[in-house]
Design a protein around this ligand. Structure first.
Ligand SMILES: CSC[C@H]1O[C@H](OP(=O)(O)O)[C@H](O)[C@@H]1O
Length: 366
């Protein structure tokens, strides 16, 4: 997307062949671009959330494999790299999907051919992500148009966390329909959940929407149900880090509560779902998806900008108070109105998903 008129992706190879990423830890206050030159730097960037968001995590891992293949393209190096990068974060299935895809392409090749092939595949994965997200946006636009046709004023959309272009290579997933609606001249207003504890909504989604001049309000995570009760939300749209073969949706912690509030208030709840985020191997999301437990310091500390412009973290709880920090939860498929995929709107059911993606389901079964 454009930043002050300059088009950006979240990850790219510069003219010298060095992979650059936007270090998202410092947004919205500082826009920092950093190079990733070694496998260890790629692992750190994913684990410490310099880059985050399921599709972007996968794309970054793909480039991490490519960089390592230029150093050591042996079978042992390929196998070790899969493990090193896979161990960075456990929940987003795109990480495993991308690593499996790189291994599928590279394993049959002689080591001498792997570096070039890896860079090519990593670049393709990035381009594919951009097109998938663009298609999700076009399909989501139709939903927004239908709501706009039956009401006056803007379409009021609530979103949780950041499933924006910063969570992908470009466009975003949940935000792509919003960007397309804005481009089509359909008035929208977005309620942005701050999304404690890391505040991806307050820091990243708000920054994205500000940059694009899209009307929005930042809200505390606990306000969404109230707004829905008062008829102020026309639809909810969120991203996903892993969706099961029957449509259970794993996403940022707090998503489940939004889905419950939406169901209780008759508000449609959509999930923007790129197909690489489907884990065809699992069905029961609550029982089968590993939920990342992150450091409690993310709960007890909060980061912001001081009056004199310094980015600092401050403690909000007493010394000695511990914290639990599950980073994701699972929304059962029955609470999902529809899965917005690159192939169209899909029911959150095993049969619906199998009908939408028979090729992908068959490939996993093979
Ligand atoms: C388009 S996937 C975005 C997805 O990833 C986020 O998690 P994190 O920021 O911890 O990587 C969040 O669950 C978003 O919905």
């Amino acid at each position: 997307m454009k930043i002050d008129g300059t088009p950006y992706r979240t990850i790219w190879q510069d003219a010298g062949g060095v992979v650059q990423v936007i270090d998202q830890r410092w947004l919205p206050h500082e826009f920092r671009v950093v190079p990733l030159r070694t496998r260890a730097e790629f692992a750190t960037a994913i684990r410490d959330m310099w880059v985050r968001g399921a599709p972007l995590i996968g794309a970054t891992a793909a480039w991490g494999v490519a960089v390592q293949m230029a150093v050591d393209a042996s079978d042992a190096s390929l196998a070790e790299t899969w493990e090193v990068l896979h161990d960075t974060r456990p929940t987003a299935i795109n990480l495993r999907w991308a690593l499996d895809e790189m291994r599928r392409v590279l394993s049959p090749l002689p080591p001498a051919m792997r570096a070039t092939a890896a860079a090519r595949r990593a670049a393709e994965i990035c381009d594919e992500d951009v097109e998938i997200n663009r298609q999700i946006g076009l399909h989501g636009l139709e939903i927004i148009k239908a709501i706009a046709a039956r009401k006056s004023g803007p379409v009021n959309i609530l979103t949780h966390c950041n499933a924006g272009w910063l969570a992908t290579v470009d466009w975003g997933t949940a935000t792509s329909p919003i960007y397309h609606a804005d481009a089509a001249g359909i008035p929208v207003h977005v309620f942005v959940d701050e999304t404690r504890p890391r505040n991806q909504g307050a820091q990243l989604t708000a920054w994205e929407l500000n940059s694009h001049g899209i009307s929005h309000d930042l809200i505390v995570d606990n306000a969404g149900g109230h707004l829905m009760q008062h008829g102020e939300v026309d639809m909810v749209i969120v991203g996903t880090d892993r969706t099961t073969a029957r449509g259970d949706v794993c996403n940022k912690i707090g998503t489940y509560l939004k889905a419950l509030a939406a169901r209780a208030n008759g508000v449609p709840f959509y999930v923007a779902l790129p197909s690489p985020t489907i884990d065809w191997r699992v069905h029961d999301g609550v029982r089968e998806i590993p939920i990342e437990e992150r450091n409690g310091a993310e709960v007890t500390l909060v980061q912001g900008r001081t009056k004199d412009g310094r980015i600092e973290s401050v403690q909000i709880s007493p010394d000695g108070t511990g914290a639990r920090n599950p980073a994701f939860d699972v929304t059962p498929a029955e609470l999902v109105t529809g899965l917005l995929t690159e192939r169209g709107l899909c029911p959150a059911t095993e049969a619906g998903m199998a009908a939408m993606f028979p090729d992908l389901k068959a490939a996993v079964a093979a």
